[in-house]
Design a protein around this ligand. Structure first.
Ligand SMILES: Cc1ncc(COP(=O)(O)O)c(C=O)c1O
Length: 446
């Protein structure tokens, strides 16, 4: 597959061009990447009005994903804002006020988008949660919810895969959405690679109308590389307004380094990635089997993520991560209960072997009682938008009782809100923040 953006930039970098345009480094190496870091010069196209090399590259990507696909250089966060804007446009075009029914383990950017776009949200609270990071619910529960909902939502919004590696049954959920004529939007930030499994497990192939992927999370792309995908059967306005939606929230100086990375990725994906992924999934699966034999408790069903419930093995996730980091093994995420490893083909046989060794050499200790916090919804006293746009202040979590949460107050990873903006902080919420070591909250100024 061709790489028009990379080819153009390479040719420019190799010419003796006198760069009298931005960026100010003029192609001189400081960190090393500058010669390839350009801006919208003649022939370089323009991301939000693409008609040249960027359009050609996005078309290649659309072919690979089997649906209209648009680039973002500002992460799935950017695509999520665009996705919610498009859903909102669709509702407004029909003369309706947009209502999103969302599973509660949203990434915090969902809340910022809701605030900026003035959307109404209903939380789907019928999932069987083991903690605040996962929302696993059956399609038949969604069916029942939609049958009895006093106001039909414009869209159902799901995060799948979630941070702990659970993939929702998108096929069954999308069938329910179609039955009730409700759109399905999926935060697939962790699942770009799902398209390349056999058969594909990508949300768009399983019936979602729209989804975002972080290319940089599970594919070999630079940080910030992301996609917005739209189903071939989605409302027409999604495609006609996709670029405007991304432009609304994006920088006018998208990174050409990230664009080259997305462009190069097309060639990588077209060149036997399915086979490499299938082989990786098999190797990870057999490693998982050996870990179970060694007494580990695994969590989630994602083929390239390994999540260990560490307390059963005698450690908190955070202590476990610290011990591993002393051996030069760094995880994606750890909390009191879990540790998460994200694997791609790029770690090679040797990397998998190193991980296995490190895990199998870890002595099994007596289990620590698991007292995972169950999440509850405190009283809502303000809308998400009013709370997020209100003057705010930071207070110690222990002093936040009775205050109204203004900002999610959770950092990356996993950036999944424990309480939502506009909710009144009660004792249970204080103790949950405390459990996750979050000592300061941003609350509405009184
Ligand atoms: C579930 C989920 N959605 C969205 C995002 C945002 O993605 P990005 O970092 O590509 O902006 C993240 C980031 O960690 C995430 O975990």
């Amino acid at each position: 597959m061709k790489t028009p953006i990379c080819d153009f930039v390479k040719k420019y970098a190799e010419s003796d061009a006198l760069r009298l345009h931005m960026p100010g480094h003029k192609g001189v190496s400081f960190i090393g990447a500058e010669p390839l870091d350009i801006t919208e010069i003649d022939g370089a196209d323009s991301l939000y009005e693409a008609s040249g090399i960027i359009k050609e590259s996005e078309d290649n990507s659309s072919e690979l994903f089997g649906c209209p696909t648009y680039y973002s250089t500002e992460g799935a966060s950017h695509s999520i804002r665009a996705m919610l804007y498009l859903i909102s446009l669709y509702a407004r075009e029909r003369g309706e006020r947009p209502l999103i029914a969302a599973a509660m383990n949203v990434h915090k950017v969902f809340l910022t988008a809701v605030a900026l776009l003035d959307l109404d949200v209903e939380w789907l609270d019928f999932d069987d949660r083991e903690g605040y990071l996962s929302c696993v619910f059956e399609a038949k529960k969604l069916d029942k919810f939609l049958q009895t909902a006093p106001k039909k939502p414009t869209a159902i919004y799901l995060t799948s895969p979630d941070y702990l590696g659970n993939i929702a049954d998108i096929k069954a959920i999308s069938a329910v959405c179609k039955k009730h004529r409700v759109l399905l939007a999926v935060d697939n930030a962790h699942g770009a690679y799902l398209r390349f499994l056999t058969p594909s497990q990508h949300p768009i192939d399983l019936g979602a109308d729209i989804c975002c992927d972080s290319a940089h999370k599970t594919l070999p792309a630079l940080t910030g590389a992301a996609y917005l995908h739209i189903s071939n059967t989605a409302p027409e306005i999604f495609v006609s307004e996709a670029k405007n939606a991304l432009a609304l929230f994006g920088s006018t100086s998208p990174s050409y380094l990230v664009l080259q990375s997305l462009d190069r990725l097309n060639a990588y994906l077209a060149d036997g990635y399915n086979e490499r992924l299938s082989s990786l999934a098999k190797r990870v699966n057999s490693l998982k089997t050996r870990l179970v034999e060694a007494g580990y408790i695994l969590y989630g069903n994602e083929p390239t993520k390994i999540t260990l419930a560490t307390k059963e093995y005698g450690y908190t996730g955070t202590d476990f991560a610290k011990i591993l980091s002393e051996k030069g093994v760094f995880c994606e995420y750890a909390d009191p209960d879990f540790i998460v490893f994200m694997l791609t083909d790029e770690i090679g046989e040797e990397g998998l072997f190193r991980l296995e060794n490190a895990l199998l050499l870890m002595p099994k200790m007596s289990a620590i009682p698991t007292n995972r916090v169950t999440v509850h919804r405190p009283e809502r006293v303000m809308s998400i938008r009013d709370a997020m746009l209100s003057p705010c202040e930071r207070v110690a979590t222990v002093n936040a009782f009775g205050r109204v949460l203004a900002q999610p107050s959770v950092s990356c990873p996993p950036a999944v809100p424990i309480a939502f903006c506009g909710e009144k902080i009660d004792e249970k919420v204080v103790s949950t923040f405390d459990y996750y070591g979050i000592n300061e909250l941003t609350v509405v100024k009184e």
